[in-house]
Design a protein around this ligand. Structure first.
Ligand code: SAJ
Length: 415
């Protein structure tokens, strides 16, 4: 049966770009989100997230009538679920939003539908999703029990897009499509092939779930290695950037860049899904998480040492976002650094973050203020570079003269 309508559940960093690209390719797309404010913004042709070129794409899709948003679920040929799957304080996967999405779509499900999960999920979640649907709609059959004869097809295809390059990567990256049965995978692959230029490989749903967790754990472990080497360098009074640059001249060595820690809603979170499911078998993955999570505290110790002799230092923290040239503060190590600095040092903490208009509630404290770069550079005794935004790379050395400088990303050292 040809696919005409797609319902995308969750209008975040993955759902909204996916909905807009599908609309661009002629599907009738409804974006569903529990947040009425997001729905309002999208229906006005706006975007609740900052991502290059997404605003134009959404505006065009909404204006053409191919994309609309609402809080209510409605029948469609395909349901794509892209809701957040965070972890709780105890590092246990929190699938509540996914369960809510499944409960909301079950009543409108019809025989012949395809349900596609894109949210990063613990291995076994896609099969669990079939079971949840079977409990909610026992009048339909599902592939985990009925195999290829099922009324509903269910597959898992992890998103792989890099914030800041989402629209390009959504189309150009290779895609893994994991079916609960081979036919489920083929049906889902046919949909992705409409807009994906990369190779679409099929697998089982469990394999696809583990592929996603492996990718992000791989990156986390590699960043942890760079972060660990940087602390070793500091202890041995050796320049970490020089060590890494020179080590990378070996043909089989490619050390990543140390920084203030790992942030974002993916790499700082997803490896815990692996650790939670196989704690005895994931010592390296768990240790990498600890190393990366420990980096903000280590940076703060360095700043405190740098402030020695200054009774009321003014500290300029450059960057709050979790990485360069985005405004996303989720799990940002820079936030953790600023927060800890506030209690560790008595002076003023000036924050420069060109991508936000107001400080997050978490930082609304006396002695912390959001200022422009020029004011920060004029007033600061100590400058701490936390995010390598392009504005900060252009700061001329003369503006840093006579200041105590901590460059957690090594960008000024390297230029
Ligand atoms: N970072 C370093 N040093 C490095 C590279 C990164 O400290 O050498 C830090 C960044 O500053 C940031 C964090 O790591 O705080 C993560 O940034 P990132 O650019 O590595 O990745 P994300 O979180 O923006 O996106 C990742 C990507 N996954 C991989 O590269 C394996 C992306 O493809 C995924 O789609 C995304 O997670 C996701 O949604 O899972």
């Amino acid at each position: 049966m040809p696919v005409e309508s797609v319902c995308v559940v969750g209008l975040g960093y993955v759902g909204l770009p996916t909905a807009a690209v599908l609309a661009q390719h002629g599907f009738e797309v409804v974006g569903v989100d529990a947040n009425p404010e997001k729905v309002r913004v999208v229906n006005e042709g706006g975007t609740p997230i900052a991502e290059p070129d997404l605003d134009t794409l959404v505006r065009t899709a909404v204006a053409s009538g191919q994309l609309r948003a609402q809080t209510r679920m409605e029948p469609a040929d395909v349901f794509i679920i892209a809701v957040p799957t965070p972890i709780g304080d105890d590092h246990v996967p929190d699938l509540d939003q996914l369960r809510d999405a499944v409960s909301a779509l079950a009543p409108v499900l019809e025989a012949g539908n395809l349900v596609l999960l894109e949210s990063t999920s613990p291995v076994g979640t896609t099969e669990a999703l079939c079971e949840w649907l079977a409990e909610l709609r026992p009048d339909l059959s599902y592939p985990h029990a009925a195999g290829e004869a099922s009324d509903i097809r269910v597959a898992y295809s992890p998103e792989r897009v890099l914030p800041g390059r989402i629209l390009d990567e959504l189309v150009d990256n290779d895609r893994i499509v994991g079916g609960v049965t081979p036919r489920c995978a083929d049906v889902a692959k046919a949909l992705y092939r409409v807009f994906v230029r990369g190779t679409c490989s099929t697998a089982t749903a469990r394999t696809a779930e583990l592929v996603k967790l492996t990718e992000n754990a791989y990156r986390d472990v590699n960043i942890a290695f760079a972060n660990e080497i940087s602390t070793v360098c500091e202890a041995l009074d050796v320049d970490p950037w020089e060590v890494i640059d020179l080590a990378n001249r070996h043909p089989r060595v490619d050390v990543l860049s140390p920084g203030p820690g790992v942030g974002g809603h993916c790499i700082a979170v997803d490896p815990w899904f692996l650790v939670h499911s196989q704690p005895e078998l994931t010592r390296l993955v768990g240790a990498a998480r600890e190393v990366n999570d420990g980096k903000p505290a280590w940076i703060v110790e360095r700043v405190v040492a740098t402030c020695q002799g200054l009774a009321q230092p003014t500290i300029a923290c450059l960057g709050l976002a979790y990485k360069a040239d985005v405004g996303d503060l989720r799990e940002s190590p820079a936030l953790a650094v600023v927060e800890r600095l506030w209690s560790a040092v008595p002076g003023r903490v000036m924050v420069v973050e060109p991508h936000i208009a107001n400080l997050p509630d978490r930082l609304s404290m006396d002695r912390i203020e959001l200022v422009c770069l020029a004011d920060a550079l004029t007033a600061a005794d100590v400058v701490v570079l936390l995010t390598d935004h392009r504005e900060f790379l252009r700061i001329e050395p003369k503006h840093l003269r006579n200041k105590r400088v901590i460059d957690t990303r090594g960008v000024w050292r390297r230029r």
